[in-house]
Design a protein around this ligand. Structure first.
Ligand SMILES: [Zn+2]
Length: 425
């Protein structure tokens, strides 16, 4: 150990430790170059663990503790302290240890260091944070447990106007889904409400029942994918409570994904056919058509348009499918009442059914089954892109935290990625 008092004063800087109610006794460095700051509490009382009274009769000090604190100039820093003890005159002299606000008696870190770890963990992994901070797995996990609750704190919400339900597959093979419930707040911020163990109707409904009833009248819309478990859960919840009046909206983006798949499928089929039928030179001209065909026609460059038109000359079916797809997209761009929207959607359906195309077959069934909830989009044309945006974030978190299968942990990690900068920066 080196005592810093031996250093030349021209090499020293002095600044506050910034921990309340302590006095610095000494600053030393250990063999790793870490700073060890020994402090003493300046508070002269404790709370009796038995009766809760403020007690002031000293009774020595407890075992020395060492707490990791914020790094300083590239060095790790530890705070050493012997917590003061006091005895209670009302409880037969029973002694209690003084507790201070800047650390948790069960934690090996100061609270400031826990927050520092949380900030490091935003959009990162436990393994990364461990390496950067040279701490154990338990240190990071422990900080996560102390800083972030495993489920939503409803007190943080005064309204839940727009709720989104979405899912992510937890394992490959698409069989193990968890449902993710979010809300978009008035300022646009998307907050995480829940991570459900599965997407069964009962699970989803129980979650809605667990929302405090003071928030029920504020709920206006629930945006979901076309999954009956979600829609039925919400509608049952709505029916069961007079004060609840929720409109279920099928996310426009989910609808689009669904009808776009039909065109993608046909494109693959047609490209396979043309590869066989066309000469090599002809086929090269239409190669690389995957991205142009996925774009909306208004976003195409001249060259892409040329390529696409060449493809359409060889495949009138694909041209027709593309045109139908663009027609449907433009319906969703229009300002329509629910009745007008339904009329437009049904007219589109009839045109497609009467054509020779089969690539929209699956989508036409979906459209029939979900017409009302799809048309609900036109009420205020609420763009539920937030669900999609968050979903991408969730997928990234999931990939990063691969192996985290406990829902509570997933909730904490998602919560941290979504709220971390607001909360800990
Ligand atoms: Zn007492």
């Amino acid at each position: 150990m080196t005592n810093h008092q031996g250093l030349k004063s021209r090499n020293l800087i002095t600044f506050p430790l910034d921990i309340p109610e302590v006095e610095v006794i000494s600053v030393e460095t250990n063999e790793h170059g870490d700073y060890i700051v020994t402090v003493e509490s300046t508070r002269n009382s404790a709370v009796c663990q038995s009766c809760g009274r403020q007690i002031t009769k000293p009774n020595g000090v407890g075992r020395e503790i060492e707490l990791r604190h914020l790094p300083i100039l590239g060095h790790w820093l530890y705070i050493r302290l012997r917590p003061k003890r006091y005895e209670c005159p009302h409880c037969n002299g029973k002694t209690s240890t003084q507790e201070l606000d800047w650390y948790d008696p069960k934690s090996p870190h100061t609270k400031a260091y826990d927050r520092h770890l949380m900030l490091q963990l935003v959009n990162s992994t436990v393994a990364d944070v461990r390496r950067k901070e040279e701490v154990g797995y338990d240190a990071v996990e422990g900080a996560l447990e102390r800083c972030i609750q495993a489920r939503v704190n409803w007190d943080e919400f005064s309204e839940l106007k727009i709720i989104g339900i979405d899912e992510i597959a937890m394992t490959k093979g698409q069989s193990n889904f968890v449902a993710i419930i979010t809300t978009q707040q008035t300022d646009g911020h998307v907050a995480l409400l829940g991570v459900l163990t599965d997407r069964q109707k009962e699970t989803v409904r129980q979650f809605f029942e667990s929302i405090p009833s003071r928030l029920w009248p504020t709920m206006e819309k629930v945006c979901t994918d076309m999954w009956e478990g979600y829609a039925n859960a919400v509608m049952e919840f709505d029916k069961a409570h007079a004060e609840v009046s929720i409109v279920v909206v099928v996310d426009r983006f989910h609808v689009a994904k669904n009808y776009r798949e039909g065109v993608d499928h046909l494109r693959k089929q047609e490209c396979r056919r043309l590869k066989k039928e066309l000469s090599e030179a002809e086929y090269i001209e239409i190669q690389g058509v995957l991205w142009p065909i996925r774009k909306n026609s208004k976003d195409l460059t001249d060259e892409e348009l040329k390529k696409l038109n060449r493809l359409f000359e060889y495949s009138p079916d694909l041209k027709l499918a593309y045109t139908f797809r663009e027609d449907l997209t433009s319906i969703f761009e229009m300002q329509l009442t629910i009745a007008e929207a339904k009329q437009q959607l049904l007219a589109w359906r009839d045109k497609v059914s009467q054509s020779s195309l089969t690539c929209f077959g699956k989508f036409l069934i979906t459209l029939n089954n979900w017409l009302d909830m799809i048309a609900n989009y036109f009420v205020g044309r609420f763009s539920s892109g937030f669900v999609e945006g968050l979903n991408n974030k969730i997928k990234t978190t999931k990939r990063r935290c691969y192996g985290i299968l406990r829902n509570a942990t997933l909730f904490q990690r998602l919560y941290l990625d979504i709220e971390g900068y607001r909360r800990f920066a």
